[in-house]
Design a protein around this ligand. Sequence first.
Ligand SMILES: Cc1cc2nc3c(=O)[nH]c(=O)nc-3n(C[C@H](O)[C@H](O)[C@H](O)COP(=O)(O)OP(=O)(O)OC[C@H]3O[C@@H](n4cnc5c(N)ncnc54)[C@H](O)[C@@H]3O)c2cc1C
Length: 468
Amino acid sequence: MSSIYQQKHPFWLQQALSDVVMPDMPTLTKDIKADVCIVGGGYTGLWTAIKLKQQDPKLKVVIIEKGRCGQGASGRNGGCMLTFSTKFNTLLSLFGAEEAIRLVKASEQAVFDIDSFCQRHHIDAEIRTDGAIYTATNQAQKRTVAQPLSLLEQHNINRWKTCDPEYIRQTTGSALNVAGIETPAAGSLHPGKLVLGLVKHALAIGVEVYQHTPYLDMVCGEPVVVNTPYANITADKVVFAINAWMGQHFKRFNRHIVLVSSDMLITKPIPKQLVDIGLTHGKAIADSRIFVHYYRTTKDGRLMLGKGGNLFAFNNHMLPAFDQPSQYGGMLSTAFHKFFPTLKTEFETTWTGASDRSKTGLPFFGSLTPQNNVFYGLGYSGNGVVQSYLGGDILSSLVLELDNAWTKSPMAKGPLGGFPPEPIRYLGAQLVKQAVLRKEQAEDNEQSPKWHDLQLAKFAAAAGKADK
Ligand SMILES: Cc1cc2nc3c(=O)[nH]c(=O)nc-3n(C[C@H](O)[C@H](O)[C@H](O)COP(=O)(O)OP(=O)(O)OC[C@H]3O[C@@H](n4cnc5c(N)ncnc54)[C@H](O)[C@@H]3O)c2cc1C
């Protein structure tokens, strides 16, 4: 699989950089003052900056990014626009009905808001709000795939429907999918084009963006002084939007997240073959495993397939392997051929990235200082494309000290639940991973998994796309 897209950046970012002309974003070399300094140039940092400027155009907002904006998860994710709806049970038990309903509705609305934002600002992120299908590929998955719907129905917020198996087979392009549910409130997009589009828009509305300017440390006080290699930023408020890197700078978060890879493979353009198997849409499609398979087509006629739960990092180190072609290419191509045995295609490339899994499978936001002037958000757990838009609402509201549903949300009150310390966490993760793989293999063979594998797999249940 040699490809131009294996060069410097993950596939989407590389592709976007060859399409979108980006203005220069210099390294910060002289001390500056700002109202708000945002650390991290991914979706969370960018949406926060944009929403701050929308609410108060006079604010001086500065983003510092250690490398290139979009080099993190935002430029390398699967581009599946999914919502909190299938996490409603978890939301309900943690936050209560009112907040759970609000978050599900806000996340569904966010799919369409991101689309209209991009249309309004001429960002061609190749968004297709065609919905999503969650499928079952065996009898065990068939028993659970529609489980999240009953609670949504009880609360009158269900937008999913259970579909006829033939419709599922035809619409997903794969006879492996034997049952499924579908929602219109979802879709897919080009991750790299979204992140670069957001950068351009942020610059256009006056946000200052400094690339190749890593945060080193800070002196907390009022104001806060943020140190970078060549210059300092003195800011009234600081926002950390550094996702998987958070544990490197603030050790306490290592108890609240586990870094685990999601791995992806993408074909060369095969538009005609995709039409032949019925993949003529931009729906996000995922099976019902804990370590889920997910796929979507692209505007240029490719098919991307991803799988979560592969490489775990000891002590949340950002391993070089998180920024390389996937080590799991063989496993991905086997899965691909199982889903699509008739497709004759070459793969363009594989890539990977670190997902910040929280204990609950939900993101969390909060303040690092008693003065409430340094904020953070992370823990998207592999579902951040849409949720980071809401992250922008939460973080901008916290910065502006607003008294609203976002600042009152329990999601803005820090992490819920933790993992054991190392080395127990790493060893435990390996044990649970192997149990999940054995359980899912048994289910694929239509056999009953062993009791202890079922029990161990429950520890990873939050990693799935839907509540179990
Ligand atoms: C492989 C993969 C597949 C995924 N697929 C999906 C999907 O299909 N659907 C979905 O909803 N979600 C998906 N996600 C999750 C989603 O991509 C993330 O939740 C989301 O992009 C997080 O955005 P962010 O801005 O918080 O983090 P990031 O995009 O990671 O941005 C953090 C930024 O901080 C910068 N940074 C780090 N340290 C410093 C420092 N010291 N100083 C300055 N800058 C720093 C980094 O360089 C990076 O650019 C996936 C994630 C991965 C990794």
